[in-house]
Design a protein around this ligand. Structure first.
Ligand code: GTP
Ligand code: MG
Length: 285
C-alpha cells in the first residue's frame, strides 16, 4: 500500500486513481498539507429533482469549451451508488466526451456522523492543487447539514423548480441568505414564470437586490448563457461571506463536539446531574 505522501504526490501530478485514493483517506481523517491559491468553488443546492445535476452538466459543457478542468463533489446524490454515474450520464448525453477534464465523486454524509465539514475543505484544496480549476459541490438543499456543506463554497447557486412552495421553503431555511445567484429551472414547463416572478418579488421585499436571479431550462439550454456569465462574474459579497464563515465555523464547532473522545461519558454525567452544561463545555477541548 502506498504511503499517503506518495499518493498525494501522484495525485498532484495528475494521477486520477491516486486522487480517488487520497480523497478516501481524507474521508477517514487524513489531513494533507498542500499549498493552494484561491481554489475556485461553486456550491449548487436546491430541492430534490430541481435539475441541479442536469444544470451542472450544461455548465460543464461551457467550461470545457474554455479549457477548464471541472471536479464535482456530489454530496448525498439521491441514489448514493448511482448518483455520480447519473451525472456522468447526463454529461455524456450532452455529447461531452472530454472525460479527462471532468472528475466526479459522490460522498455519502451518513458515513460521517460528525459531519463532512472536517474534510470538505481538505478535499477542495487537494483538487485545486491537482489542477481542477472549477470545483463544484452539489447538495440537496434540505436540512442544516447540507446548507453548511454548501457554505464551504465561495459562491452559491440555488436551483429551484417551477414550484413556488419550494422557494418559500428555501427562504424559511435561510438558504436564500447564502445564495449569490438563484435560478428557477425548467422554464420549458408551465408555472416556471410565475415561480420566477414570485421569487423576484420576495427578494425585492427583503431589499436583497444583490442576488442575481435567472429563469433557465437546463434541458433545452434557454437562459444558460446568461446564467453562466453571472456565475463567472459573481462578485464577492462581504455580507454573504460573513454568513458563510459563520456556517463554516459552526460546522467545525459541531464536528469537534461530536468527535470529542469523552462525549459519551460527558452525556452520562450531564444526565445524572453530576456536572453542569457550563462545566461540560469547559471540558471539551
Ligand atoms: N422539463 C425539464 N426537466 C428537467 C430540466 N432539468 C432537469 N430536468 C429533469 O428533472 C429531473 C431531475 O433532474 P436532476 O438533474 O437529476 O435533478 P437534481 O436536482 O440533481 O436531483 P437530485 O440530485 O436527485 O436532488 C430529471 O428527470 C431531469 O431530466 C428542465 O430544464 N426542464
Ligand atoms: Mg443531482
Amino acid at each position: 500500500m502506498n504511503s499517503e505522501s506518495e499518493l498525494l504526490n501522484l495525485a498532484l501530478n495528475g494521477d486520477r486513481r491516486s486522487l480517488a485514493k487520497i480523497l478516501t483517506r481524507i474521508e477517514s481523517g487524513f489531513e494533507p498539507t498542500v499549498s493552494v491559491q484561491n481554489p475556485w468553488t461553486l456550491g449548487v443546492t436546491g430541492p430534490p429533482g430541481a435539475g441541479k445535476s442536469t444544470l451542472i452538466g450544461a455548465l460543464i459543457s461551457k467550461w470545457l469549451k474554455r479549457g477548464e478542468k471541472i471536479a464535482v463533489l456530489a454530496v448525498d446524490p439521491s441514489s448514493p451508488k448511482s448518483g455520480g454515474a447519473l451525472l456522468a450520464d447526463r454529461i455524456r448525453m450532452q455529447g461531452t466526451e472530454s472525460s479527462d477534464s471532468i472528475y466526479i465523486r459522490s460522498i455519502a454524509s451518513r458515513n460521517h456522523p460528525g459531519g463532512l465539514s472536517l474534510f470538505i475543505g481538505h478535499m477542495i484544496n487537494v483538487l485545486s492543487a491537482s489542477g481542477w480549476s472549477r470545483i463544484i459541490i452539489e447538495t440537496v438543499g434540505s436540512g442544516q447539514s447540507q446548507t453548511r456543506i454548501v457554505a464551504f463554497a465561495d459562491r452559491i447557486l440555488l436551483v429551484e423548480g417551477p414550484d413556488r412552495g419550494d422557494i418559500i421553503q428555501a427562504e424559511k431555511a435561510g438558504i436564500l441568505e447564502l445564495a449569490d445567484i438563484v435560478t428557477v429551472n425548467k422554464s420549458d414547463l408551465p408555472n416556471s414564470k410565475l415561480a420566477y416572478n414570485s421569487l423576484n418579488s420576495s427578494l425585492s421585499l427583503n431589499q436583497n437586490n444583490s442576488i442575481s436571479t435567472h429563469l433557465v431550462s437546463a434541458l433545452n439550454g434557454d437562459g444558460i448563457d446568461d446564467l453562466f456569465s453571472s456565475i463567472e462574474k459573481c462578485p464577492k459579497s462581504t455580507q454573504r461571506e460573513i454568513i458563510r464563515q459563520k456556517e463554516r465555523l459552526l460546522s467545525l464547532w459541531d464536528s469537534r463536539l461530536l468527535n470529542y473522545h469523552g462525549l459519551n461519558q460527558l452525556l452520562e454525567q450531564l444526565s445524572t446531574g453530576s456536572i453542569t452544561l457550563d462545566e461540560a463545555v469547559d471540558m471539551i477541548q
